[in-house]
Write a protein that binds this ligand. Structure first.
Ligand SMILES: Cc1ncc(COP(=O)(O)O)c(C=O)c1O
Length: 422
């Protein structure tokens, strides 16, 4: 007999962390992998930055309110969450993930072992990763080999000493499948190539060990599991082995050795500062800095353990109520399949289900206060941020999902009308 959700919530060592977030009444939030919830204290801190630092401090705040050093300061705060030693100064927060990916991949290519001509990427990765891999390969005249994520190991093996760099996403956005980051990093290094990891779907919920694995480059979103707020700037990690050697084409004044000397020619700053380009978005950085307080004293291993338990429970309840052989499953429209790996160690803090009318099903769930998202063509995606998701939320969400599917509540015109953001 599975444990009751209330008992699991009562004995959950992370249960009190939910108080670090402001969550609306009547909402079961399973979309922290798209936009994290609002942490306590962020609104006050941003308001203070606007009214005091901007309103009163005005231009003086670039010096007096710590605006200028914010990209590296917030990078150092975030570093331990992804296994980077803040003392190494290898993380900076700036720009969007797409832009950071562009810069990091260029940086990787700028220090690739000479004579190597193959860039390996994933054909089923998030589209921005595919677009950027193609543009960087073209810029360097490299051959892009975009292979399915389960073919990466074989592709690296096949290309051997031709591989210059391998650009991968740790957890696939659509399926939630997770690479074995230790094994793949080792394999790429054994081939003499450089590895870049996109941590969009694992930073904050998985004990990523960038320094320990000697990862070369990494990037990731901060508005998903790290709760930085809509469009909060991304993070970029460069192994300290490379930092003073790399270059990238977006060489703007914030990456210059001395921006306020206004030199007419570019000279890269020493260290991680060279990865910056232009004026940093202060309000986004300040919101993220305040949001990261939600991780104070938090053991990411415990977060991961709870994430595995939450997603395991979600999958078994879905199997029980909607899986093959359960009531109604013979009807095509009731067929829900688990797309994410069933083995917890092979998936991120996410469960994806497929359903032929997934868009409408998700709209009906959202109307009932259970918020996940839809990924074309047929994926219902649920993200589990263990800092605020409870076991009782899992039970509630599956109960509502079963009701929506077995009663066909989703089959109403208003649930079929596509909005611009899904
Ligand atoms: C794997 C991955 N990379 C990159 C991005 C997009 O990043 P941005 O919009 O911050 O450029 C996403 C967004 O969901 C993503 O899932």
């Amino acid at each position: 007999v599975p444990a009751a959700a209330a008992d699991l919530d009562r004995t959950d060592p992370l249960a009190s962390l939910r108080d670090r977030f402001i969550l609306p009444e009547g909402v079961t939030y399973l979309d922290g992998n798209s936009l994290g919830a609002l942490p306590v204290g962020v609104a006050e801190r941003v308001n203070e930055a606007i009214t005091r630092d901007w309103g009163v401090g005005l231009i003086r705040s670039w010096n007096d309110a710590g605006w200028y050093p914010a990209p590296a300061r917030v990078g150092a705060m975030l570093a331990p969450i992804v296994g980077a030693d803040p003392a190494h100064k290898s993380v900076v927060v700036c720009d969007s993930t797409s832009v950071d990916l562009f810069k990091a991949l260029h940086a990787a290519c700028s220090v690739r072992p000479s004579g190597r001509r193959v860039l390996i990427a994933e054909s089923d990765n998030f589209p921005t990763n595919a677009y950027i891999a193609a543009s960087v390969a073209a810029a360097y005249g490299l051959e892009l080999r975009a292979v399915a994520s389960d073919q990466v190991v074989a592709a690296v093996e096949r290309a051997g000493s031709d591989v210059a760099a391998v650009s991968l996403t740790h957890v696939n956005y659509r399926t939630g499948r997770q690479h074995d980051m230790i094994a793949v990093t080792d394999q790429v290094h054994a081939a003499g190539a450089l590895v870049l990891w996109d941590l969009c779907h694992s930073a904050g919920v998985y004990p990523v060990a960038l320094d320990q694995l000697d990862v070369d480059f990494a990037v990731g979103c901060t508005y998903k599991f790290l709760n930085g707020g809509p469009g909060s700037p991304a993070f970029l990690y460069v192994n300290r082995r490379w930092i003073d050697a790399v270059s990238h084409p977006l060489q703007g004044w914030f990456g210059h050795r001395a921006p306020f000397e206004f030199d007419s020619s570019f000279e890269a700053a020493p260290g991680i500062q060279r990865m910056l380009t232009g004026t940093s978005p202060q309000l986004g950085l300040i919101a993220l800095e305040a949001a990261l307080a939600a991780y104070d004293g938090v053991d990411i291993n415990a977060v991961r353990a709870k994430g595995e338990a939450l997603t395991d429970r979600f999958i078994s309840l879905v199997d029980e109520t909607l899986g093959d052989g359960s009531a109604g499953a013979a009807d095509h429209d009731n067929l829900v399949s688990v797309v994410s790996p069933r083995q917890a160690s092979e998936r991120g803090s996410q469960v994806s289900l497929s359903h032929p009318n997934a868009y409408a099903v998700m709209q009906a769930l959202i109307e009932r206060g259970v918020i996940g998202d839809f990924r074309a063509p047929d994926i219902l995606r649920f993200g589990f941020q263990p800092l605020y998701v409870r076991f009782s939320d899992v039970d509630h969400a599956v109960g509502v999902l079963a009701e929506v599917i077995t009663t066909r509540a989703w089959d109403q015109p208003r649930f079929h009308a596509r909005k611009s953001v899904t």
